[in-house]
Design a protein around this ligand. Structure first.
Ligand SMILES: Nc1ncnc2c1ncn2[C@@H]1O[C@H](COP(=O)(O)OP(=O)(O)O)[C@@H](O)[C@H]1O
Ligand SMILES: [Mg+2]
Length: 593
């Protein structure tokens, strides 16, 4: 037993011989949860994840003998956990009450009974390597939970439980380890959150993470196992983008980490997700979703832990062979926790008060994304998507600029676009992705061989239009030729018919890959048809007066994903209109039949 020496906000000095760096500790009468972050000659510094108000020197401290860890087993889906994996009573979360301190609640429900089916590969006498599947339970209607041996255990099976109903504290496999000791394996195990869970090898599937959001999937695609950031000033739509990904992405499991942002956004998820159906399984979204909530009204330092608690749980489902998406809102609030702790420790601030290790911590976090072959011989992935909230929307500040170096997809949200109510306010100029070539393979095989060409054409058209707009601003619209005016017309069609997508529109909230491509294809056909007319001498006014432009803009919310015939009809109608014009204006070049 040690004791509290000094309390400095969330940083508590303790005297306890033998304690190790990283050890989890319980502090004081209230049993506050903390983690040793620095060992000194006579004492140690602990960061405490709960308010230390009224904690006094002399109160007792006990080390738990292990690093900050999470429990991994069935019963996590549909749950909402705090930053150190305590399940938040849903009612308490919704009423927005402050959580009492020192609550010793285990993460997984000890009373819940699961129907366990042993893995067919289990056999007495067989050697079992770490991370193997011990059996399965049905965690939700959509997700079969694969019970895994802890990654760091290996041994010979000497006994295992038959199919039946068990609680997670019951032993389902007994094995003899290399040292001869007999160990009982339960349906859950613990894992330290700061240590990435092991896998066999990285194995990129090359499959895109489809989010149903056109500007993300078509223009700046992300892969399963990829890492992405959503930077943007306050109100630009970061949370909505992340919620849309959580709702609609083609992942098996979604983990939403609310880190330092408003609690009501999590309440909204808890209220709306159970009513929403997963477009892939047709079942409630909560069956594949769980949450970590460390909202702005909770202790700042716990944000630091919540990111690791989250990603460790995500890796655990990856190790079961699932594609997991973790969204974190926001990594800037997490970085603020780093800054707060560094400040209290008197560490040298380097950039805007952040410690020198900001960049390496960010990199280490995103490094836990990936597509892998698991120890159990399956394929799984963790995709990480972090929101970044730079003060004043300045992307050159440290958290945004370091993040930009680390991630591979950058969905930059723009204040002018958001102000113009162009949602999602993803800037086509500032955003980028390194995954478009690999995504193109999937799109070309599954949707259209024209995908990559269409995407390039649209991006080029948008860039050209931005250039032309600059000219118009300088010298007025008279300076533009007819074809340049048609480019401007077509780019606004791309923006309204394709890029803009309302999260609130019941039809348009999710757009299937086929619909994404056909909409874009239609708009580009219309653009090219118009260009041919201009070449024939058709005045651009006659083109802009056509009703088709405004009809095309409405298709995204009138055409359902499962019936795209209206898109093909529109393509025919516009083609006929252009054909009629061609007759009217003759065909001086004898081109296009
Ligand atoms: N895709 C979208 N569709 C409709 N409205 C949106 C969309 N994206 C953002 N908005 C609007 O912008 C507001 C602010 O978005 P939010 O995600 O909360 O911003 P941030 O998290 O960046 O502060 C939302 O409440 C909503 O009204
Ligand atoms: Mg937000």
């Amino acid at each position: 037993m040690g004791e509290v020496v000094e309390v400095n906000g969330p940083i508590v000095t303790i005297s306890q011989p033998g304690i190790r760096n990283g050890d989890q500790v319980m502090i004081g009468r209230m049993n506050l949860i903390g983690e040793v972050i620095h060992i000194r000659e006579k004492d140690a510094l602990v960061q405490v994840y709960e308010s230390t108000e009224s904690l006094r020197p002399g109160e007792q401290v006990s080390g738990l003998g292990h690093p900050l860890s999470v429990e991994l087993g069935p019963g996590m889906l549909g749950q909402i956990f705090d930053g150190v994996q305590r399940p938040l009573d849903k009612i308490m979360a919704m009423s927005g009450e402050h959580i009492s301190r020192g609550l010793e609640i285990s993460a997984l429900d000890r009373d819940r009974i699961w129907h366990y089916v042993p893995a067919p590969t289990l056999a007495v006498g067989k050697m079992l390597a770490g991370g193997q599947v011990l059996g399965t339970v049905r965690e939700t209607e959509t997700i079969e939970h694969r019970i895994l041996a802890p990654p760091d255990y290996a041994g010979e099976v000497i006994e295992y439980a038959p199919e039946g109903d068990y609680g997670i504290d019951e032993i389902v496999v007994r094995m003899r380890t290399g040292t001869g000791s007999v160990e009982g394996l339960k349906m859950y195990h613990q894992w330290p959150v700061r240590q990435p869970r092991p896998y066999l090898a990285r194995a990129d599937s090359g499959l895109p993470l489809i989010t149903g959001q056109r500007v993300l999937d078509t223009f700046f695609p992300m892969l399963k196992g990829g890492k992405a950031a959503v930077p943007g000033p306050f109100g630009a739509g970061k949370t909505i983008v992340q919620q849309q990904i959580a709702r609609w992405s083609n992942a098996d499991i979604v983990l939403y980490v609310g880190c330092g942002e408003r609690g009501n956004e999590l309440v909204e998820i808890l209220q709306t997700f159970p009513e929403l159906t997963d477009p892939y399984s047709g079942r409630s979204l909560m069956e594949r979703t769980f949450l970590v909530a460390n909202t702005s009204n909770m202790p700042v330092v716990a944000r630091e832990a919540s990111i690791y608690v989250g990603v460790t749980m995500a890796e655990y489902y990856r190790d079961q062979g699932y594609d997991v998406v973790m969204v974190a809102d926001s990594t800037s609030r997490w970085a603020e926790a780093l800054r707060e702790v560094a400040g209290r420790l008197g560490q040298m601030p380097v950039e805007e008060g952040y410690p020198a290790y900001l960049a390496s911590r960010l990199a280490a976090f995103y490094e836990r994304a990936g597509s892998v072959n698991t120890l159990a011989g399956m394929h799984g992935s963790v995709s990480l998507i972090g929101a970044v909230s730079p003060p004043g929307g300045d992307f050159s500040e440290p958290v945004t600029s370091h993040t930009k170096e680390i991630i591979r997809t950058f969905w930059a949200l723009s204040k002018p676009l958001a102000d113009a109510r162009h949602y999602p306010a993803v800037s086509w100029l500032e955003s980028f992705t390194d995954y478009s070539d690999r995504a193109a393979k999937w799109w070309s095989e599954n949707v259209s061989p024209q995908w990559a060409a269409r995407r390039e054409q649209a991006l080029a058209l948008l860039a050209e239009a931005d250039e032309l707009e600059r000219i118009v601003n300088l010298v007025g619209p008279e300076a533009l030729s007819s074809s340049q005016r048609w480019v401007l017309e077509s780019s606004s069609l791309i923006k309204e018919a394709v890029l803009q997508q309302s999260a609130l529109d019941p039809v348009d909230s999710y757009c299937s890959p086929e619909k994404q491509f056909q909409l874009l294809d239609l708009v580009l056909q219309y653009h090219q048809g118009g260009m041919q007319m201009i070449d024939l001498g058709v005045p651009v006014e006659q083109l802009t007066e056509l009703v088709y432009g405004s009809e095309i803009k409405r298709l995204k919310s009138s055409v359902a994903n499962d019936d795209l015939t209206a898109l093909q009809e529109m393509a025919q109608k516009t083609q006929q209109a252009f054909d009629a014009m061609r007759v009217e204006y003759g065909n001086p070049r004898g081109a296009t039949p």
